[in-house]
Design a protein around this ligand. Structure first.
Ligand code: SF4
Length: 63
């Protein structure tokens, strides 16, 4: 099961799709430790969720 830090709706903040409404699924457990990381809370915090649960959460945000 994937370990998920958060699932949320927002506007894409960068790249060619900047400004496009999007649903983000932030995984937990990154081990790279980039010094500029703005989501350090996701290095540790998260809980295991089934893929079906993640899909349902995303679908709920798209309604
Ligand atoms: S920026 Fe943060 S989440 Fe992204 S790869 Fe680096 S340490 Fe991991």
């Amino acid at each position: 099961m994937p370990r998920i830090n958060e699932i949320f709706w927002s506007a894409q903040g960068e790249g060619l799709r900047s400004g496009v409404p999007s649903v983000f699924v932030r995984l937990a457990g990154c081990t790279l430790g980039c010094p500029y990381c703005d989501t350090r809370r996701a290095w540790e915090r998260g809980r295991e969720r089934t893929v079906e649960d993640v899909v349902a959460a995303v679908a709920g945000l798209l309604r």
